[in-house]
Design a protein around this ligand. Sequence first.
Ligand code: NAP
Length: 533
Amino acid sequence: MTTNTQNLSGQSILAGAATTGNGRAVHGYNPATNEPLEPAYSLIDLDQLKIATAAAAEAFESFRSLEPAKHADFLDAIAENIEAVGAELAARAMAETGLPEARLTGERGRTTGQLRLFAKVIRQGDQHGVRVDPALPDRAPLPRVDIRQRKIAVGPVAVFGASNFPLAFSTAGGDTASALAAGCPVIFKAHNAHPGTSEIVGRAISKAVADFGLHPGVFSLVYGPGATIGQALVADPVIKAVGFTGSRSGGTALMATAAARPEPIPVYAEMSSINPVIFFAGALSEDPAAQAKAYLGSVSGSSGQLCTAPGLVFVPTGAGGDAFAQAISSQAPNTAGQTMLTEGIYNSWIQGVEALGGQPGVELLGRGTEGAGQNAPAPAIYSSSVEQLLENPVLQDEIFGAASLVIRYDSAAELVTALSKLEGQLTATLQLTDADHETAAAVLPTLETKVGRILVNGWPTGVEVGHAMVHGGPFPATSDPQTTSVGTLAIERFLRPVAYQNFPNALLPRPIAKDNPWNLTRRIDGTLTTTGE
Ligand code: NAP
């Protein structure tokens, strides 16, 4: 299998085999022109899906037991294969998504960096999470036997890629990387907004699978409608967990399917978030025009199609807040629209903006200009009050794209009331100076219960990939607030603990063997150590 993009096949990759789907064929589209892109992608049917799921089941045992060095090298090799594609990857992704080259080049770096970070995790072995309660044969009144815990891979995982990150949240994105790192085979359901990009990256993964002599069922890439193939994938008994990034309706539909199975499984869905930004009075006392400029940049970057885009901004009443609002009105016309990902997402944005603008007590604060080409709407900023926000749930609806709502508040107490009524969010941002610490401290306890990440004096639209990051939050930001889809902790979603009680050393799996052959850091009787026993 080659990673040459000149020769896209329009086929799924079912357990390593490029396969023409038995269903109809669909094109990707250039959203800047609404013109179809070659080749057409043939959609698989349910029998063909079974080829992928059966192979994933077969691949599971050998893949989850891979020796750590080979497992880590495999992830590194996927990263190398993606890089080896060269500039053609960004070129195809640009044509399919309308996103600019610099953004896609950066996203490729994030994608390969993510894979390499998980390779490091595997080499270090933290994911085994070993805990040992040594035997206490002399304990009275009853002795304790030796108990050892480690984490194992849950089984094959279904991943649904996001439209808005064709690389970092797609075929070899965070969900795939963390599932493969956990030792789970992956069946990836491609997003129809970037089928060619998915094929290029899918080939890079499949090449690594073949080069490392792994079972081909470790990875499959399928093209098919979500309503049939996506649903059947999640319902298939082989699948043991699901990773998803997309709409609230899509995520909740998959949650319902997973919960209704004879054996229910977890769905890790990242869905809807409006990412409140809170300005405190001090932050608007010096240069509200500069704050307005930064805000408009964060709203309109990537055409606002970021899960962390600031859709809701709390601004205090008073002179600083007034100056900020005026600056938004005067600067907004300088903000140009950019091509959105698909015509469908553009149409949803138009509907969302019309719905918000039509609500009582909501006024247009500023409007940008349309961008060149198709599907590049003028960014829109609205304003309203806490009273309206509390009364009208439409004001909390995510509008995926460059739109945002400014809410004026009178007091810290009113702010806390408003925040307490918000749905779960991926992020919240505090814009403050030293003079605002007291008010910010009053707001923090409420915010902590609502969001996955709180940041100070920045903008939420960049997500670092590291060990401390949380890209998660209570529903509807995600389906499971105990997890993150970005950063090394994401691997935990695809692992589960198993305890081994009173085992002879010869039967213990290597991560928990008494002589600690992999030199893991293990918690023995509650204390972290690298020694044996
Ligand atoms: P989407 O419509 O939810 O689609 C995402 C993936 O899920 C696609 O592969 C889709 O397949 C599949 N899918 C959707 N509904 C399904 C269902 N009922 N059963 C099974 N599979 C299903 O999301 P999108 O196309 O990426 O974007 C649309 C909207 O999602 C945006 O307007 C925005 O509101 C939201 N969005 C949010 C985030 C975020 O991070 N918060 C990110 C991206 C998008 P098919 O297309 O084949 O049906």
